[in-house]
Design a protein around this ligand. Structure first.
Ligand code: SF4
Ligand code: SF4
Length: 71
């Protein structure tokens, strides 16, 4: 199953990935992190199709997409 991992240290909470995801699986946290950013949060991972649009949109290269389960 595809999945994404969001690097919370790199994420600046710009929200571009939330717009990019065709399945609306990425949202912004309600709570700021230690840097004051409302970072991106991945939910409903079973619905991810691995399209990588979220990662391509991210200006801070905070999202890594795994197309299939890693061995
Ligand atoms: S890989 Fe595609 S479906 Fe999965 S979270 Fe990113 S934009 Fe959404
Ligand atoms: S596009 Fe990147 S920096 Fe912006 S909210 Fe999404 S993961 Fe964070």
């Amino acid at each position: 199953m595809p999945k994404i991992i969001i690097d919370e240290v790199r994420c600046k909470g710009c929200g571009l990935c939330t717009i990019a995801c065709p399945r609306k699986l990425v949202t912004l946290s309600d709570t700021p992190n230690s840097f004051g950013y409302t970072v991106a949060v991945f939910s409903n991972p079973e619905k991810c199709i691995g399209c990588a649009l979220c990662a391509e949109m991210c200006p801070d290269v905070a999202i890594t997409v795994f197309k299939e389960s890693q061995p």
